[in-house]
Design a protein around this ligand. Structure first.
Ligand SMILES: Cc1c2[nH]c(c1CCC(=O)O)Cc1[nH]c(c(CCC(=O)O)c1C)Cc1[nH]c(c(CCC(=O)O)c1C)Cc1[nH]c(c(C)c1CCC(=O)O)C2
Length: 409
């Protein structure tokens, strides 16, 4: 039981720079909050966002402008984030609805991005389920007792909805405040979450993870199956609470060969993404260094494939078309190198123009970085990218055939 989360909410309500206010009795224990939430009368109607460029592009339509948002847009690059987070541990922040709402909306207010992404972390559902872990500043998630045996896997707790009720509450606050800006929900994919659980923390080579995968495949598949269930449940809760799209982060999948990805990872990510198909929301799927995996990641059930800066967007689109010529032209997301934001205005303009041109030769483009915003990034550089994308990312000319369309002909 982590009642401190709710008691902290009460204190935060008195802090003037938090704009998001819960109208619910925030001191209510989680169990009671769930009781209230499952009452259909309290669930707000989903917003009509049919004109939102982000959702139109994600569905392969032609938006009025190229939509843009940034992975890790909420976070340490923003002084207003550092101010509200001061003294509050990361996981505690992620389970505080008012704070989550505030931090999620900060980059929307400042930069004018076309989508908000829920402020959370890939280990939040594990933490909420009772796994002993922490997010250590400058390091990332650290697991007290790494999961390495069949007995460890069997001992993993399941996730009950009431344990992440503060996340659902945060989503309701955000969607009430966000006007016509779509909200992206997210979760870590089974492989990337497993990597933290097995290694015990961040890892360069993922050697223990790969040892389990190859050495004890039955234990590996049991672990990923458990994680797929937790991830699917967490994303379903987010969808029920009102998110407008979801992104599955398989950040470290690029460490795998395509063969290993297909055998050891794809079926479990497909369980998650396939399990959300009936919701009818765009599903984004992203990893770093995944140039060789893009078709397999799409096959796992992605509507939009995220691409890091190593693979040009038009090349990515051609690979996706070649692998699945019968499918609609692929929609891609990306892929400005986050380090370019440190390179000054001329370099930023040049790179934005190049990426917009490459994005026109795909079935649809959602502008983003190739990975998350780095903590020391100048926020003005981010705002400038948004302005440039909105000014120059005109919709592709209807008469102009994209490379992807030409290949599908
Ligand atoms: C691998 C991964 C993690 N977390 C996440 C991933 C997948 C995405 C990716 O590849 O970047 C997902 C994540 N984590 C966070 C978000 C926020 C939403 C957004 O604005 O995109 C998202 C989408 C907040 C966060 N998650 C974390 C922070 C920093 C903590 C802080 O501000 O104190 C934020 C804003 C902590 C975290 N959590 C994790 C790392 C590597 C770190 C950074 C550690 C550090 O450098 O301090 C694990």
């Amino acid at each position: 039981m982590r009642w401190y989360v709710t008691s902290r909410i009460t204190r935060l309500s008195a802090v003037p720079h938090i704009r998001c206010r819960s109208r619910r009795t925030t001191t209510t224990p989680h169990g009671k909050m769930l009781g209230e939430m499952t009452n259909a009368a309290l669930v707000p109607a989903r917003r009509d966002l049919s004109d939102a460029p982000f959702l139109i592009a994600a569905q392969g339509g032609r938006p009025s402008r190229t939509p843009v948002w940034f992975m890790r847009q909420a976070g340490r690059s923003l002084p207003e984030y550092r101010k509200v987070r001061a003294g509050i541990p990361m996981l505690e922040a992620c389970l505080n609805p008012e704070l989550v709402c505030e931090v999620t909306l900060q980059p929307v207010r400042r930069h004018g991005v076309d989508a908000a992404i829920l402020f959370s972390d890939i280990v939040v559902p594990l933490f909420a389920a009772g796994v002993d872990l922490d997010i250590v500043p400058g390091t990332g998630p650290v697991i007290a007792q790494p999961v390495r045996t069949a007995a460890d896997v069997a001992a993993l707790p399941s996730l009950r909805d009431e344990q992440v009720a503060p996340v659902a509450e945060a989503i309701r606050l955000i969607t009430a405040e966000a006007g016509d800006t779509p909200l992206i929900g997210f979760a870590g994919a089974p492989f990337t979450v497993a990597s933290y659980l097995v290694e015990g923390g961040p890892s360069r080579n993922h050697e223990r993870t790969k040892a389990l995968m190859h050495g004890e495949p039955a234990t590996w598949h049991a672990l990923l199956d458990r994680l797929a269930d937790i991830t699917l449940g967490f994303l379903r809760l987010q969808i029920d609470a009102g998110v407008d799209a979801v992104q599955l982060f398989d950040s470290w999948a690029g460490a795998l060969s395509e063969r290993d990805y297909r055998e050891f990872v794809l079926p479990h990510s497909a369980k998650v993404l396939g399990g959300l198909a009936d919701a009818g929301l765009p599903r984004f799927h992203f990893g770093v260094g995944t140039g060789e995996l893009l078709p397999a990641m799409r096959e796992a059930g992605a509507d939009v494939v995220g691409v890091d800066w190593r693979t040009p967007l038009d090349v990515a689109a051609r690979r996706l078309v070649a692998a699945a010529p019968e499918r609609p032209a692929p929609v891609v997301q990306g892929n400005l190198d986050p380090a370019v934001l440190f390179a000054g205005a001329p370099a930023i303009e040049r790179e934005v123009d190049r990426i917009l041109a490459e994005g026109r030769r795909t079935g649809g483009h959602v502008f983003n970085l190739g990975h998350g915003v780095l903590p020391d990034t100048d926020p003005d550089a981010i705002t400038r990218v948004v302005e440039l994308v909105h000014e120059r990312g005109v919709p592709s000319d209807e008469s102009e055939e994209t490379d992807a369309e030409a290949e599908t002909r």
